[in-house]
Design a protein. Structure first.
Length: 370
């Protein structure tokens, strides 16, 4: 299916703003999405109803600096750290945030604001998405300059399109694409588009030319449980390598490695459950799988897997894991895994491959106010 990309007007030009706007005292908030690029450096979103803060640490969580504050939420519940200096996210912001984040927003309505930094968060490039009425909230940051947005208009059937920028939001192009809700790119050329479907297998489309053409691709069924292909697909990205597809189903949890054409379903060690998150993460030369209070590590998707339980409080479950090498792993939990719930978890860190865990408060204490 060949596509035609057309120019798409930007809502407003991106603005470069200094970090540090908003309240300097941050304490008592639950932890939401996190992103870590190294053993010492990363970002975390904390907040409550109607108030969100983006926090930054460069000393393994000993101290935190608020960098962005807004009245809203983190879209997609996702942060992306490209390295220790560069990161990207999308904010769900209200009109009253115009004075806080320094970007002109649409009057009287919530909108989505893309944000990226290339200097550790000292400054942020911010701008509203081209059309907030069509933006689904699904996106993929490939680099600090390259961003893809899934858009939808109409109904029965709805029309899906992709908007993309290669210059940090200064210019945008758009193309109609096959029906899809999730998008991920491993490089400017290689990407996937997934359309979740109730009662049937998710539809997978792949591109090798940056979205100029898309091809429907049917994944091979797992050999041990043929019916498992009816589950849901989720893309997992790794810097500089092919997309991995995570399949959650009643029959099991599986991973397909895009670098091998998704030709084999690797069964993962966790059990499929309806009330738990199933996660797969790459970093530091290892693969990490997680569910509930359990972690597993392997050097290859095919295993063998080493099981390492995590001593979490009963009400918390693993929401994200970031292995960063030399036995260091950051772990984020949640108490409410349902989409759209406010941040409710905690942050933990291990420096000895899970033998011991240390809680890491994400806050700026009141007594630390300057």
């Amino acid at each position: 299916m060949a596509l035609s990309w057309r120019p798409l007007p930007a809502a407003t030009a991106p603005a470069e703003v200094a970090a540090g706007s908003g309240a300097r005292e941050v304490a008592g908030f639950g932890v939401g999405a996190t992103a870590f690029a190294s053993a010492t450096t990363g970002w975390a979103v904390v907040g409550g109803p109607g108030a969100s803060r983006l926090m930054y640490t460069s000393d393994a969580g000993a101290t935190w600096t608020p960098q962005l504050a807004w009245h809203g939420y983190l879209m997609g519940n996702r942060l992306t750290a490209f390295d220790a200096s560069r990161a990207g996210l999308v904010l769900g912001a209200s009109p009253e945030d115009s004075d806080v984040i320094g970007v002109q927003l649409e009057s009287g309505r919530y909108t989505a604001v893309f944000a990226a930094t290339e200097n550790g968060g000292t400054t942020w490039r911010l701008g509203p998405v081209p059309d907030s009425t069509r933006f689904t909230g699904m996106f993929h940051y490939l680099t600090a300059h390259q961003l893809w947005l899934v858009q939808r208009s109409g109904s029965f059937p709805a029309q899906t399109s992709l908007a993309r920028t290669d210059d940090g939001g200064a210019t945008w192009t758009e193309a109609d694409v096959p029906e899809g809700s999730l998008v991920a790119f491993a490089s400017p050329n290689d990407g996937v588009l997934i359309a979740p479907r109730d009662g049937g297998p998710d539809m997978l489309h792949v591109t090798g030319d940056g979205g100029g053409t898309w091809t429907a691709h049917r994944l091979p069924e797992p050999a041990d449980v043929p019916a498992a292909i009816g589950g849901s697909l989720h893309p997992v990205t790794r810097p500089g390598t092919a997309v991995v597809l995570l399949l959650r189903s009643i029959g099991g949890v599986y991973a397909y490695d895009g670098s091998h054409g998704w030709s084999q379903a690797h069964r993962l060690p966790m059990k499929p459950t309806r009330d738990r998150l199933h996660l797969l993460a790459f970093g530091g030369g290892q693969i990490c799988a997680a569910s509930g209070h359990d972690l597993w590590f392997a050097d290859d998707l095919g295993g063998p897997w080493e099981h390492r339980p995590v001593p979490l409080p009963p009400e918390e479950m693993i929401a994200d894991a970031a292995p960063v090498g030399a036995g260091v792993l950051w772990l984020t939990t949640t108490r409410h895994p349902a989409p759209g719930t406010p941040p409710s978890g905690q942050l933990y860190r291990t420096a000895n491959a899970g033998a011991a865990w240390t809680p890491v408060p994400v806050s700026v204490p009141r007594e630390g106010k300057s």
